[in-house]
Design a protein around this ligand. Structure first.
Ligand SMILES: *Cc1c(COP(=O)(O)O)cnc(C)c1O
Length: 316
């Protein structure tokens, strides 16, 4: 088997974007979306050390959890195929369509899919439930939904470590907050980090991020210092997880036209929108360098396009 190739450090590109440049902001985009065509973005960051653990522990398979359109499910299936480890996906909702683009892709990569009811899925963090799954599937290395564990956080620290320019503000999309937790932990600069939740009611994130930092740091003064640099902008969920509006889609098209960079409607499109709106409302008084972390997620595009009934970008 050929060694899989992952493009890390991921490129950090200066991207001309008039709307921000007019306000004295130089925009850089950290292209985690270019790390790998199938294991894109922060999903590779979160899988990297989990895969290493699975291999070190001699696991024959990896079991993980996700929704029917989950980027994490697609990435885990692809990574399992690349590293020769069997994968099992526990999928939320008995009605999940195994032929949708994400689950079809996962099956083609050899992932075994197990759909469960929403109430059963909510047990995914329960040790008794894990024991039951071991009865069903034999031994496995378990990765929680979204890759949200200690090793996931560890992998996301690399995003910050790879940034080699002085940055004033850094923006990243949030689901579980695992990516932002790793970035906050590795923040040795004075940069402020802004998380933009893809879900409604993202205020819980600050607590979760604090818990993740506490797991590693265990020193109140350092924790407070790191958390002082973390902010959550909760106004850019566009109605909730995976919801879109015409305004969001037109903005994503505009950003693409201006910069050549495609974003996805579930995570990164909303985050860029949030960053630009934040800039309008809080224009910096001096020149500043801002970095947008492009966490990937393009595999989810066809599902949204099917719902909308049209293509978001006219050339794909
Ligand atoms: C999963 C995902 C996120 C959210 O990452 P968390 O670590 O769960 O906060 C952001 N962007 C994209 C593209 C994702 O697929």
């Amino acid at each position: 088997m050929e060694e899989p190739v992952f493009r890390t450090p991921s490129p950090l590109e200066e991207v001309p974007f008039g709307m921000l440049n007019q306000l004295g902001i130089t925009l850089y985009v950290k292209r985690d979306d270019l790390i790998h065509p199938e294991v894109s973005g922060n999903k590779w960051r979160k899988l990297e050390h989990n895969l290493a653990q699975a291999i070190q522990r001699g696991a024959e398979s990896i079991l993980t959890f996700g929704g029917a359109h989950s980027n994490h499910i697609a990435a885990t299936a692809a990574a399992g195929a690349l590293f020769g480890i069997r994968t099992i996906g526990v999928i939320r909702g008995e009605e999940a369509d195994l032929d949708n683009p994400t689950l079809k892709f996962a099956r083609e990569k050899g992932m075994r899919l197990h759909t469960v009811s929403r109430s059963e899925f909510r047990e995914s963090e329960n040790p008794d439930y894990t024991a039951m799954l071991r009865q069903l599937f034999g031994s496995f290395y378990r990765i929680p939904q979204g890759g949200a564990n200690y090793y996931g956080v560890q992998g996301c620290m690399n995003i910050m470590k790879e940034i080699d320019i002085p940055a004033d503000r850094i923006f990243v999309s949030c689901g579980t907050g695992t990516t932002l937790s790793g970035m906050a932990l590795a923040n040795r600069s004075e940069a402020n980090i802004y998380g933009i939740p893809a879900l409604k009611g993202g205020d819980f994130l600050l607590d979760d991020i604090k818990k993740n930092i506490n797991q590693v740091v265990n020193d109140e003064e350092t924790e407070t210092h790191l958390m002082d640099k973390v902010h959550v902008l909760t106004d850019y969920h566009f109605g909730g997880y995976a919801r879109t509006t015409d305004d969001l889609i037109s903005f994503m098209r505009f950003f693409r036209k201006e910069t050549g960079i495609k974003t996805d409607p579930v995570y990164t499109g909303k985050a860029v929108y949030g960053m630009v709106d934040f800039a309008r409302k809080n224009p910096p008084s001096n020149r500043e360098n801002w970095i947008f972390i492009h966490t990937g997620g393009m595999q989810g595009l066809p599902a949204t396009e099917a719902k909308l009934g049209y293509a978001i970008y006219d050339d794909c």
